[in-house]
Design a protein around this ligand. Structure first.
Ligand code: GLU
Length: 516
């Protein structure tokens, strides 16, 4: 079989990370099977169209390395790939369904439908346009085809509705959930086509999947309730249905309900791949890219939200822990629809950060040096490239996001101007100035290298005089950094250099003495 899958978003706003995961799973499946990955834009609902959304979707997937073989942005043999550009082709299919008795014209005005709904509500019932009610509505079943045609010719607006047979069981074969069966009595006669010539999502989706020869429909769980209609549409057209896989929802970190933008705002993480500027409200929503996440980290994290590769190869099953870090190529190799969970997957911010940290560590020292270099320059500080590179490689393991670089490394580039009060109270004991003066003396006299400084300071001075190592070394750190953080003290001194270290210690002696 020539596998062909599609990602079919509607351009109604920024792409939610749940949608990104859908695209990713389609991509992994296509690549694994040597198949084709298609980007189709489903914009039949013009009322929900948002300018810029299509471009956003393309840019986001491109950033993440999810590639397409055909699509709205690159063309292909099954185009056009935007439903509004395919508009002329749908009418014939609506006509075919009417001709074959699978659909009918309906003329009910929105006010009439509203009144019907209210009438049912008053009796604590829900109105459904179906085989039990369609006879009492205004359509080509109740009015007859001749009258319907007369109205159409007179320009009366209409819709085409699917006609579900009464009381039949419809089964959707789902690759994740198995057989899902629903009785047609539970389903309403969905609108497929409108007299303005626009199909609805349902008709366009089925016609496009068929004419684009899609073999597998992999999409979000929210489409499962529509799947029986889709199965019936394939039957009505006499077409073979693709295979279906409905993916589990992405849930809030607490697990109750779908992950929303509000959860992201509340807990401080983006739910969109890229920053989004809402063209109407002007509201800005944060994006993974702009927060400094690496695309590989986002891909790896999303891949494991709802799927895992099972146990490691060669594992006898005693140890269910699987390899969590996977490159795109490894994901392609290991992906397996049958391992997708039926249950929703809870978003986990700590896990997202863990992936980010792991992938940040995989960046070359040079790349991290470039990032730091920019941040240093942005503050008007001149520093030799080798020095920046040295600091970057020394500090990389402490970094998760590029934005943390400056804060974590700033004391390598500027002397502290103030000293953390708590650290001072705890470490800078009375008389500490004398110890610091001694440190200066040592640095001035012994060879400026690790072992000599270590011997002179820690052994010959502190240990030999039975002084408190913690108090002295942390005070030295306080003097050099401004707070008690940073790498190994002697490494820090050696990196800063003799002159700079001594000047910082000197300054701390003056400042902290007068303040005490
Ligand atoms: N246009 C639908 C959406 O926005 C696609 C549903 C499908 O994949 O069939 O999610």
């Amino acid at each position: 079989m020539n596998v062909r899958v599609r990602f079919a978003p509607s351009p109604t706003g920024p792409l939610h990370i749940g949608g990104v995961r859908t695209a990713l799973y389609n991509y992994l499946f296509a690549r694994q099977n040597g198949g084709k990955m298609i980007l189709r834009i489903e914009d039949t609902d013009q009322t929900r169209f948002v300018p810029g959304a299509e471009q956003y979707i393309i840019e986001a997937l491109d950033w993440l390395g999810i590639e397409f073989d055909e699509g709205v942005h690159i063309g292909g043999p099954y185009g056009p790939y935007r439903q509004s550009d395919r508009k002329p082709m749908y009418r014939q299919y609506a006509d075919q369904l009417i001709r074959d008795g699978w659909a009918y014209y309906a003329f009910d005005r929105p006010e009439a439908l509203d009144a019907k709904r209210k009438e049912y509500e008053a009796q604590k019932k829900t109105f459904q346009y179906d085989c039990t009610t369609r006879g009492s509505m205004e359509n080509s079943i109740s009015l007859g085809m001749e009258e319907a045609q007369r109205r159409i010719d007179a320009g009366v607006p209409y819709v085409v509705r699917f006609m579900f047979p009464d009381n039949i069981d419809i089964t959707v074969h789902d690759l994740i959930r198995g057989d899902v069966t629903m009785n047609s009595r539970l389903l309403d006669d969905k609108v497929l086509f409108k007299s303005d010539g626009m199909p609805t999502y349902h008709l366009a989706n089925i016609v496009d999947d068929h004419t684009m020869e899609i073999t597998h429909v992999i999409r979000g769980e929210e489409w499962l309730p529509s799947a029986p209609l889709h199965v019936m549409l394939y039957k009505a057209f006499g077409w073979q249905a693709p295979m279906f896989a409905h993916l589990p929802l992405l849930l809030k970190p607490e697990g109750n309900g779908k992950l929303s933008k509000r959860d992201g705002d509340r807990l401080g993480f983006p739910v969109f791949p890229l920053e989004w500027h809402d063209p109407k409200s002007g509201e800005v929503s944060s994006g993974y890219r702009e927060q400094g996440y690496l695309p590989q980290a986002v891909v790896n994290m999303l891949a494991l939200l709802g799927w895992n590769p099972g146990k490691r190869e060669g594992d006898n099953g005693a140890n269910p822990v699987f390899q969590e870090l996977m490159t795109m190529d490894e994901l392609i190799k290991l992906f397996d629809i049958s391992h997708i969970s039926k249950n929703g997957a809870k978003f986990n911010l700590d896990k997202a950060k863990w992936f980010q940290h792991e992938y940040f560590q995989q960046l070359s020292d040079d790349t991290v040096a470039d990032m730091l270099d920019k941040q240093v320059k942005a503050r008007g500080i001149e520093a030799p490239r080798e020095y920046v590179a040295k600091v970057a490689s020394m500090m990389k393991e402490r970094i998760t996001f590029p934005s943390e670089l400056w804060d974590t490394c700033c004391y390598f580039f500027q002397a502290p101007t103030e000293y953390n009060e708590k650290d001072v109270a705890k470490r800078w004991q009375p008389g500490m100035e004398n110890h610091m003066a001694k440190v200066i003396e040592i640095l001035q006299t012994v060879p400026f290298e690790h072992d000599a400084i270590h011997q002179a300071l820690l052994e010959d001075y502190i240990k030999a005089n039975q002084l408190n190592t913690g108090a002295i070394m942390n005070s030295l750190r306080l003097a050099v950094v401004g707070r008690t953080v940073g790498p190994d003290m002697i490494t820090l001194v050696l990196t800063l250099g003799k002159k700079e270290t001594i000047s910082r210690v000197q300054r701390a002696i003056e400042k902290l003495k007068t303040e005490n």
